[in-house]
Design a protein around this ligand. Structure first.
Ligand code: CO8
Length: 258
C-alpha cells in the first residue's frame, strides 16, 4: 500500500513521478497534499537514482488551487501561526530539475505549483489562472512574484487583478509555459523531456538549474558572477573532461555522474 493518500508516486528510467490524486476535489491542494508532495519530492531529491522529478495531475485538473474549503473558516491568527503555505519553500530549494505536465485546470495554487517547477509542458486544453481575487484574497503561494517574473507586469496584473483564465496558447505566447502539445500527448512529452534531462550529467543539470534560478534572486551582476563561478567549478568534474573529449572525438559522451 502507498505511504501517501493524496498522491501516487513511481520511479522509472531515473524519472520520479508525483501524480496529484484528489479527483473528488480537482486536486485542490490541502495541507496533507502539500505535505505529501514536498516530502516525496525531498526524498527523490536525495535519491541518487533520480535525475528529474515529474509532477502531474489528471486530465481534468492539474490542480484547481489551494483547498478553499479547508481555508474558509480560518482567521488571520491561524494563518499566521501556521505560516500557511511556508512548506512550499522547501520544494523550491530542491536541486533536482522539476518538470510539470499540466492538463485541465491549473488555477490559483495549481498555477503557482506549476510555476515552482522548472519546465511546464501544457496540454492544448489546459487553463491557467490566478482567481484568488474572486475569493477576496490574493495569490499566496508565490503567484504575484513568480508570475510577474515569468510574464512581466502587464500580463501578471491582468491575470491577478481580473482573475481571468488564459488558455495554453496564450500561456505559451507570454512565456508562462515551455511547450504546448495535444491533450493526449502531454504526459508522453513531459516524460521524454524528463528522461532527456535525467540522462545528462547530474552536476551540470543541477548547476544549470541553480544558475538560472539565481536570475530570479539576485542582481544581474551577482547572477553573472554566480554563473561564471558555477561554470568554473564544473571544470573540476570528470564529466566536463568526458563531454569535451567526446565532442572532439565525434562520439556520444558517457557520463560518470548521473
Ligand atoms: N478547493 C476546494 N475544492 C475545490 C476546489 C478548490 N480550490 N476546486 C474545486 N473543488 C471541488 C468543488 O467544490 C467540487 O466539489 P463538490 O463536488 O464536493 O461540490 C469538485 O471539486 C468539482 O468541482 P466543480 O463542481 O466546481 O467542477 P467544475 O468543472 O464545475 O468547475 C472549476 C471547475 C472552474 C475549476 C471550479 O471548481 C473552480 O472555480 N474552482 C476553484 C478555483 C479557484 O478559485 N482556485 C483558487 C483557490 S485559492 C488559491 O489557490 C490560493 C489561495 C491563496 C490564499 C492566500 C492565503 C495566505
Amino acid at each position: 500500500m502507498s505511504e501517501y493518500s493524496t498522491i501516487v508516486v513511481s520511479t522509472e528510467s531515473r524519472v520520479a513521478t508525483i501524480q496529484l490524486n484528489r479527483p473528488e476535489a480537482l486536486n485542490a491542494l490541502n495541507a496533507e497534499m502539500m505535505e505529501e508532495i514536498v516530502t516525496a519530492a525531498m526524498g527523490f531529491d536525495a535519491d541518487p537514482g533520480v535525475g528529474t522529478i515529474l509532477i502531474t495531475g489528471s486530465q481534468k485538473a492539474f490542480a484547481a488551487g489551494a483547498d478553499i474549503k479547508q481555508m474558509a473558516d480560518r482567521g488571520y491568527a491561524d494563518m499566521y501561526a501556521d505560516d500557511w503555505f511556508r512548506r512550499w519553500d522547501d520544494l523550491t530549494r530542491l536541486r533536482t530539475p522539476i518538470v510539470s505536465a499540466v492538463s485541465g485546470f491549473a488555477l490559483g495554487g495549481g498555477c503557482e505549483l506549476a510555476m515552482m517547477s522548472d519546465i511546464i509542458i501544457a496540454a492544448e486544453g489546459a487553463k491557467f489562472g490566478q482567481p484568488e481575487i474572486n475569493l477576496g484574497v490574493i495569490p499566496g503561494m508565490g503567484g504575484s512574484q513568480r508570475l510577474t517574473r515569468a510574464v512581466g507586469k502587464a500580463k501578471a496584473m491582468d491575470m491577478i487583478l481580473t482573475g481571468r483564465r488564459i488558455d495554453a496558447a496564450e500561456a505559451e505566447r507570454i512565456g508562462l509555459v515551455s511547450r504546448v502539445v495535444a491533450d493526449d500527448q502531454v504526459l508522453a512529452e513531459a516524460t521524454t523531456v524528463a528522461e532527456l534531462i535525467a540522462s545528462k550529467s547530474k552536476p551540470s543539470t543541477q548547476m544549470a538549474k541553480e544558475a538560472v534560478g539565481s536570475a530570479f534572486e539576485s542582481t544581474l551582476g551577482q547572477g553573472l558572477l554566480f554563473e561564471r563561478r558555477m561554470f568554473h567549478s564544473l571544470f573540476a568534474t570528470e564529466d566536463q573532461a568526458e563531454g569535451m573529449s567526446a565532442f572532439a572525438q565525434k562520439r556520444d559522451p558517457v557520463w560518470r555522474h548521473r
